[in-house]
Design a protein around this ligand. Structure first.
Ligand code: ADP
Ligand code: MG
Length: 778
């Protein structure tokens, strides 16, 4: 007996998928694997779990007592969709729960569980039969995220095994049901791949009522500045076109913040009575202004990229991080337009209710897009790809598509990675356009020409497995005793070189033996929700009482650099002095107001504080960026983990909280897996001693043993000396390019060391090393 309130019931009945409930449930009961294709917003994610639930799945007394599991490539979706389904079914958060890397609401009462695909992959290592589950729904399969692809391959094997075991006499094991859901019809990689599913699974198409969307191409394609172009387009729509929500697609958090601010300035929404929106808006405004003025903008720096690379894998898929990663600092230029006349408030058009939407935003802030906008306002959501298929925003009539997407690229041979803003695919552009036609006929404005679309857009987005390093998943597979990774049923197999390279690295780290079999060490490594090289550091970290420090370090490395980046530190900027002069000149031109001076003073002060903080945290050891991380993590915990600490230390609170959680998690795993080792998270952890610092640096070196760089002068036996590392060339094992120490490194202003290990290589104008540690001679 399902209790749904009347409103929910009515809304549900309008969803196209509800017309297919019977066909879907019949297909599921007659087939081990079913594929469901349906337009975004047709009700797949929220309704299919409910169909299973109503058919008795998850009911302890039924034939299918196991949990209904649903995987998502994005954390956001896992959290918000579980809340939505709990609400629709009038069940508790424990009954309809979610689990993501840092958080879970699961309990013994759980019936329906949303999780990231990374979480399920990790569960597979401990329970290859997925015995807790009666059914697994793999959602957003069209996105072809790395973990989704691997998961589909693995569950195809689990399915077989469960089917075989269930036939045995008196078996308690029941067959598993797999449902793969996609927002597009392009599922032939799953249906036609005999290695994956011998029998092609049935495909159910949900015919969503999709209203026509007129596509308007730009005559010309703007060069780089798609933000200004987007701004103009939204202004035009808002001032000239009939009511209806606007959804804008941009590539990242930074761009989104800039556009939101511009739009809020132009069409302010002010409500007289108490309204939290206003205070929230003011708060956000304040934040954004601060960011813009001080040019100390929040972003995830290089190490965040590392998460995606190395950690791909094992933890949650982190599609979202790309959003916040700045490809280059050039876009800080956009801020300049704030002062031009575009910013004059337009009172004719009425207020615009502007909401940002990207994955790093809190769940609470994300859920705001589902609420109707305040009376008399028009909704305008400025989003990243997350609005392409994962979340459906009601009432959108106009889509403005910049046509771009930020994607990580990774060079398999060199390990060099970069974030590149490039054209999205035709398939994605069509998905974006489709968002305008959910509730009525709509319009999509593409800020590029039809010629560019036809000639430069690829048909489909390349599956992530072809763009990411894969040692994490390879280790995960090995720990599931999938030994011949080369034969693994990948929907679209990566090339053998790439698989071999991953195996080689794992052998380096001692996780695999020379036959490619997993070692005991490898098994232990696989139990940690972190990249293999970080696990390795943990395991060798049990010397000189270093383990608590190493746990803190790998937690920080996994979460990503928590420090807010100062754009002035970037390589493209010249010295601060020049910067100041430039400011002076422009101030003279525009006539100095008092406010400007005040702001400038403030900016100076903030910048000074910023540098002081960097210095303070480098105090532990001036030769390792990674020990700087340790310093800030230790200090944060010591001072009680407050937001105030984060503010005055220029670190992101969300990152610090995640590091804190991960520390706890890893500590528990160590205690469970390494009997005799006694660790706990000590909030008053003392700074490491000199001996410990030395040991820590050796452990770090061992973890990055394949990422050593040698100063070119050493190889060339040149006797030239340098006072800073600026323009000093280094060589690595993997790339022919010279590499350089990044200006954000604490080593940047020092005498260049001969040998360093780096955490990652990142390509912009040059190839940079980030997360640098001087190799300690023993
Ligand atoms: P699909 O998975 O096929 O894209 P969903 O099941 O996510 O579709 O969404 C179905 C409908 O439910 C959409 O119209 C969406 O706007 C609505 N919806 C989803 N989540 C929420 C929520 N938290 N609040 C209000 N409406 C929601
Ligand atoms: Mg969905």
């Amino acid at each position: 007996p399902v209790k749904r309130n009347k409103k929910t019931q009515e809304a549900r009945m309008k969803l196209p998928i509800c017309g297919e409930e019977q066909a879907i449930m019949e297909a599921i009961s007659n087939n081990p694997v079913v594929i469901i294709c349906g337009e975004t917003g047709s009700g797949k994610t929220t309704q299919v779990p409910q169909f299973l639930y109503e058919a008795g799945y998850g009911n302890k007394d039924s034939d299918n007592p196991g949990i209904i599991g649903i995987t998502q490539p994005r954390r956001v979706a896992a959290v918000s969709m579980s809340k939505r389904v709990a609400q629709e079914l009038s069940l508790s958060e424990q009954e309809v729960s979610y689990q993501i890397r840092y958080d879970a609401t699961t309990s013994p009462k759980t019936i329906i569980k949303f999780m990231t695909d990374g979480v399920l992959l990790r569960e597979l290592a401990n329970d290859f039969l997925l015995s807790k589950y009666s059914s697994i729904i793999i959602d957003e399969a069209h996105e072809r995220s790395l973990n989704t692809d691997i998961l589909i391959g693995v569950v195809s094997r689990v399915l077989k095994l469960r089917a075989e075991l269930s036939e045995e006499e008196k078996s308690k094991i029941k067959p598993l049901k797999i449902i793969i859901m996609s927002a597009t019809l392009r599922v032939s990689d799953f249906t036609q791949n005999k290695n994956l599913f011998v029998m092609a699974p049935p495909v159910i198409n949900v015919n969503a009522r999709q209203f026509p969307v007129s596509i308007h191409f730009n005559k010309r394609t703007p060069d780089i500045d798609h933000i200004s172009e987007t701004f103009k387009k939204v202004c035009k729509i808002h001032t000239r076109l009939p009511h209806g929500g606007i959804l804008v697609f941009l590539t990242g958090q930074n761009e989104i913040s800039i556009l939101c601010r511009k739009l809020r300035r132009k069409f302010p929404y002010i409500k007289q009575n108490q309204d939290t929106y206003m205070s929230r808006q003011l708060l956000e405004e304040k934040e954004i202004i601060n960011e813009a003025v001080e040019k100390v903008r929040e972003c995830l720096t290089a190490k965040q990229a590392d998460i995606e690379t190395e950690d791909l894998d094992i933890g949650d898929k982190e599609v979202e991080e790309a959003e916040s990663f700045d490809t280059d600092s050039e876009d800080s230029e956009d801020i300049k337009d704030f002062d031009n006349d575009e910013m004059i408030v337009d009172q004719h058009a009425g207020p615009l209710y502007v909401l940002p939407l990207y994955s790093l935003l809190s769940t609470h802030a994300q859920l705001r897009v589902f609420e109707p906008p305040p009376e008399g306002t028009r909704l305008c959501v400025v989003a990243t790809n997350v609005a392409e298929t994962s979340l459906t925003i009601p009432g959108v009539k106009y889509v403005v598509d910049c046509g771009k997407v930020k994607e990580r690229q990774y060079d398999v041979t060199t390990g060099v990675q970069s974030y590149v803003v490039g054209w999205t695919s035709k398939a994605s552009a069509d998905q974006r356009a489709g968002r305008a036609g959910r509730t009525g006929p709509g319009h999509c404005y593409r800020l590029y020409s039809s010629a560019v679309f036809n000639d430069q857009f690829q048909q489909f987005t390349v599956p992530e497995i072809h763009r990411m390093p894969i040692e994490g998943v390879v280790l995960q597979m090995k720990s599931m005793n999938i030994d011949t990774v080369l034969n693994f049923p990948f929907p679209t197999p990566p090339d053998h070189d790439k698989l071999r390279k991953a195996e080689n690295l794992l052998q380096y780290l001692g996780a695999l033996n020379e036959n490619g079999r997993i070692t005991e060490l490898g098994r232990t490594m696989a139990t940690f929700p972190i990249a293999p090289r970080f696990s390795k550091m943990l395991i060798i970290g049990q010397q000189h009482g270093c383990l608590p420090y190493i746990i803190a370090i790998v937690s920080a490395l996994t979460v990503g650099d928590p420090f807010i980046k100062d754009f002035h530190l970037d390589n493209n900027r010249n010295s601060d002095e020049e910067e100041e002069n430039e400011d002076d000149r422009s101030n003279e031109l525009s006539g100095i107001h008092k406010e400007n001076i005040l702001q400038k003073e403030r900016r100076k002060l903030i910048r000074k504080n910023f540098y002081d903080v960097q210095k303070k945290h480098s105090g532990l050891d001036p030769t390792s960026d990674i020990l700087k991380l340790l310093s800030v993590v230790g200090a944060y915990e010591y001072e009680g983990g407050t937001d105030k600490f984060c503010e005055s230390n220029f670190v992101r609170p969300k990152a610090m909280q995640e590091i804190h959680k991960l520390r706890g998690q890893i500590t528990n795993i160590v205690q469970m897996n390494c009997p005799g080792v006694d660790v706990c998270v000590d909030p008053k952890m003392k700074p490491p001693s000199t001996i410990q610092i030395k040991a820590l640096k050796q452990i770090i070196t061992a973890g990055f043993i394949d990422q050593v760089a040698i100063r070119k002068g050493v190889i060339e036996k040149s006797s030239k000396t340098f006072s800073s590392t600026r323009n000093v060339e280094y060589c690595t094992m993997w790339t022919e390019d010279d590499v350089f120490i990044h200006p954000t490194s604490i080593l940047y202003h020092n005498k260049p060391p001969n040998f360093v290990v780096y955490q990652e290589l990142h390509k912009t104008s040059k190839v940079w090393m980030k997360g640098v540690t001087v190799v300690e001679s023993s």
